[in-house]
Design a protein around this ligand. Structure first.
Ligand SMILES: *Cc1c(COP(=O)(O)O)cnc(C)c1O
Length: 859
């Protein structure tokens, strides 16, 4: 043995690999560099000329890469670029588009109006950026595009998901397979967000016993910047933290809480690091409600305000848009788990745990912390997303406002819209420019202009419809035959289906998430009747279905399977088609190509719905239950509506009735109008409906109208109020908080001394007579200006929720010591049976609305 030899070698301390990022870009010749610039701003998505430019480079690759210009530029060969360099037409077109792009940005260099910071869990901007699942995301994406077009000063925040939402494929049996593909961030339109020194910006969020690090990415949408937080960072040692942002709406409730902490708390920190100091904070759905907490903490830390003072400032500048009409749909977290994660927060805002917890609860006894309640408590403006949904939201949130009647709650609405330039077919855009003027759609808010559609000859309208339908049928044949072959579908069946798809048949589309309330099954209640409808040889009809079911929603998946099975039956082949993987591109093709868009939600569960709005701009007629936007949109001779009133309490009966009504309307009205042709084979009644739809329905449902509503109803008034409370070193915020504190501590001591009500009121009153009511209240140490007394009269008969007939403020005749006399002379002027009540409310002309301060005393 050689004892002098090596005895033992220590295990080395090896460091983790250190990765530095390099990006190798393709060999694009210098002179074609504008293409690179254009590919990195999503402006191209809604500008046809830019699209055409990319398509021209290589049509085949363009289709293969699913219209992703970043991938396209990587994959096109050097030789092809050399060719393009010498292609004069191409080069001049490129410079033309590039010039337009630069001019567009230049016109948006200096923007007026308050700066809005917009927060959303998802954004649907383009299929290549998989950070959306459905309507909520598409809406947010459209909104950003419009903000850019409309020169609104807006910056947005969201999360960057490595896997995003799933891609749907169906197997032979119609079962949904959910595939999550990792996004390669170098191949999508995101880039690192850098600080002034060129360092990649990171934000930190405290989790129990550790700190989460997230990188910040930037997406350019015209002049709007969207910042996305990404937790998949090597500095996060725990795997479960790196995967926080892997999936959109995946994972469990705990992961959801972690995501929402990142979005809300981290989102505000990101904006700070980026140098933003926005005026208005818009919380799109409750997911981002922690923004209010983080901002309050900042005010406390940086300006020395107290919690209540900071809350005044934050409320004034925050607006909360709720999208969910059922209470169960609102995010909430069990109090134990919530405390585990959020325990460190209350000390930062000067609250005890139980005080903090009440920000997300309507009563002490609830065991969940509700994000919509938090958002409501920290927002002055609250709105639903259609007129009907605004009302429904009052019911959903009413527990927060005890003492107020549902009807009087300050919860408004802004009806959702869609981005015209994204969703309108190029063929229609041309017609619109021709008849509405070259300036269109910049002047889309001038509704008169849309009336020019009546000048378009029927033939021109009908040719477009035919062309778009044909384009859709070809698209489906091509793209979806491939899928069917891949899943080993019987070739005979494929041929049968493809052969039967008919570019001239009345084509009806139904595509959306397969959530139960959307009732995708409705059409299939009576298969015999349906078979009769689709197989009429003189008047054929075909239905195209698409949509994803959430991976945890078994019922939704079963429904898809059921439709796929039906579509394979001999009598339905080529008549009912289920097309897989509903995404933005497919939505566009469908909404532009079908003749009728069908929607069958259970009322009032479709908060707004937007896909039908995309249809109407393309002359696609809408046929829907009167729910969501269609309540406002439907007009006679511009689509069809299922009656609003519910006939049966039992859902099954209601479904039966609705299904039969749908079949009848289809047979008697829709099919009738479509196949009623004049000597030129044009369905004049149909083209008339199309014109009515474009003139009278479409203009109301653009994001142009929507963003203007937000500005007028929320952003501008709240900006003013927010300046009012912050000016002069937060003078008003401090005063309001002090006043509220004062009133709240005195409130329970208020004492009603006497109520004098004339006999008539308690028995029977007569119209034309006068009934003086006198109430004496001991207001203790409050001032007489602080208190108002109201008489509320409601009409009760026949409805569960009282309907307000009148709210009257009493006159304060004066106070002796602390006893004030309130008087009102009641003059009844309508016969009927009413209820009445009195209530005391704090009074202050600087309250934005009554419900801003929840103190009410009914007497
Ligand atoms: C518009 C759109 C939606 C939302 O449609 P609804 O009518 O609101 O259900 C969902 N997914 C995609 C891909 C869309 O384009």
């Amino acid at each position: 043995m050689n004892s002098e030899g090596v005895r033992f070698i220590q295990k080395p301390v090896v460091e983790q690999p250190v990765w530095k990022r390099i990006i190798v870009e393709s060999s694009l010749p210098e002179s074609l560099n504008p293409l690179r610039v254009l590919s990195k701003n999503l402006w191209w998505v809604w500008n046809n000329e830019a699209r055409e430019l990319f398509q021209y480079i290589d049509q085949e690759i363009w289709e293969e890469c699913a219209h992703n210009p970043i991938v396209l530029l990587d994959e096109v060969s050097y030789n092809r670029f050399k060719e393009l360099e010498n292609d004069e037409i191409f080069v001049s077109k490129m410079h033309h588009v590039y010039g337009k792009f630069n001019q567009y940005l230049e016109e948006r260099n200096h923007l007026e109006g308050p700066q809005v910071a917009y927060f959303s869990m998802e954004y649907g901007l383009h299929d290549s950026l998989k950070i959306f699942s459905g309507g909520l995301g598409i809406l947010a994406g459209d909104y950003l595009k419009e903000a850019s077009d409309a020169k609104v000063n807006l910056v947005a925040v969201g999360l960057l998901y490595r896997y995003g939402y799933f891609k749907q494929t169906l197997n032979l049996h119609g079962e949904q397979m959910a595939n999550y593909e990792a996004q390669q961030f170098s191949k999508i339109p995101v880039q690192p967000a850098l600080d002034a020194e060129g360092n990649w910006i990171e934000v930190y969020v405290e989790y129990p016993g550790r700190t989460l690090v997230a990188k910040v990415w930037q997406v350019n949408i015209g002049s709007v910047k969207l910042y996305l937080l990404d937790a998949d960072h090597h500095e996060n040692p725990a795997e479960q933290d790196r995967s926080v942002t892997h999936h959109l709406y995946g994972g469990d409730n705990e992961n959801r809480l972690k995501q929402e902490m990142l979005l809300g708390l981290g989102g505000i920190r990101a904006l700070q690091k980026l140098g933003y100091n926005s005026d208005i904070y818009h919380c799109n759905e409750g997911h981002a409600a922690f923004i209010g907490i983080e901002r309050i903490a900042d005010y406390i830390k940086n300006t020395g305000l107290s919690f209540e003072e900071a809350k005044e400032v934050v409320r004034a500048s925050t607006i909360f848009t709720t999208h969910t009409p059922v209470p169960a749909g609102h995010d909430s977290f069990h109090k134990d788990m919530f405390r585990h994660y959020m325990n460190h927060v209350p000390p930062k805002i000067g609250l005890e745990w139980n005080e903090f917890e009440m920000l997300g609860k309507a009563s002490e006894y609830e065991d969940h912390f509700n994000m919509s309640f938090l958002a409501s408590n920290l927002s002055q403006g609250i709105n639903g997303v259609s007129m009907l949904h605004g009302e429904v939201s009052k019911t959903v949130l009413k527990d927060l406002y005890q003492g107020f009647l549902e009807e009087e709650l300050e919860i408004g609405y802004v009806t959702n819209g869609v981005h015209y330039s994204t969703w309108t077919a190029p063929e229609w855009k041309e017609i619109h420019k021709k008849y509405f003027g070259e300036e269109f759609p910049a002047n889309q808010l001038d509704f008169e202009i849309w009336n020019n559609i009546y000048q378009v000859p029927d033939n021109e309208i009908w040719q477009i419809r035919k062309a778009l339908r044909l384009k859709l049928i070809n698209y489906i044949k091509q793209r979806f035959a491939d899928n069917w072959i891949k899943r080993n579908e019987n070739p005979k069946l494929i041929n049968d289906v493809m052969g039967k798809l008919n570019p001239n048949a009345l084509t009806i589309g139904f595509a959306r998430r397969f959530a139960t309330y959307k009732r995708g099954y409705l059409l299939f209640r009576n298969l015999e009747r349906l078979a009769g409808i689709v197989n009429n040889p003189d008047r054929p009809v075909q239905f195209i279905f698409a949509g994803k079911a959430h991976p945890a929603d078994k019922a939704g998946q079963d429904l898809i399977k059921h439709i796929v099975e039906i579509s394979k039956r001999p009598e339905f082949r080529g008549k009912i088609l289920f097309v897989q993987n509903y995404d933005i591109n497919l939505a566009k093709m469908l909404l532009q190509g079908v003749d009728v868009w069908l929607n069958t939600p259970t009322r009032p569960l479709e908060a707004s719905g937007t896909s039908g709005e995309k249809g109407v701009m393309n002359g696609t007629l809408h046929f829907s239950v009167l729910d969501g936007w269609w309540v406002e949109g439907y007009q006679k001779d511009a689509g069809w509506a299922l009656p609003a009133e519910r006939t049966y309490d039992v859902q099954d009966f209601q479904d039966e009735l609705d299904a039969e009504t749908i079949y009848s309307i289809l047979e008697d009205e829709v099919i009738e109008a479509y196949y009623d042709r004049n000597h030129e084979d044009i369905p004049e009644k149909w083209t008339g409906f199309i014109k009515n739809t474009i003139a009278r329905v479409a203009p109301n449902f653009t994001t142009g109208r929507m963003i203007k509503d937000y500005q007028e109803r929320y952003y501008n008034p709240q900006f003013q109020r927010s300046q009012f409370v912050t000016n002069n070193g937060f003078k008003m915020a401090k005063e309001m908080a002090a006043w509220k504190f004062n009133v709240s501590s005195a409130w329970k001591n208020l004492e009603v001394k006497s109520i004098e009500i004339p006999d008539g009121i308690t028995n029977k009153m007569s119209i034309g007579k006068e009934y003086p009511i006198v109430v004496k209240v001991d207001i203790k140490n409050l001032s007489s200006e602080d208190v108002r007394l109201e008489l509320i009269i409601t009409e009760n008969e026949g409805s569960e929720t009282p309907k307000i007939t009148d709210i009257i403020e009493f006159e304060n005749l004066g106070c002796e010591n602390s006893i004030c006399t309130f008087k009102y002379n009641l003059h009844p002027n309508h016969p009927g049976s009413f209820n009445y009540g009195f209530r005391l409310l704090p009074k202050n002309r600087n309250l934005p609305h009554k419900q801003d301060f929840g103190y009410v005393k009914w007497i």
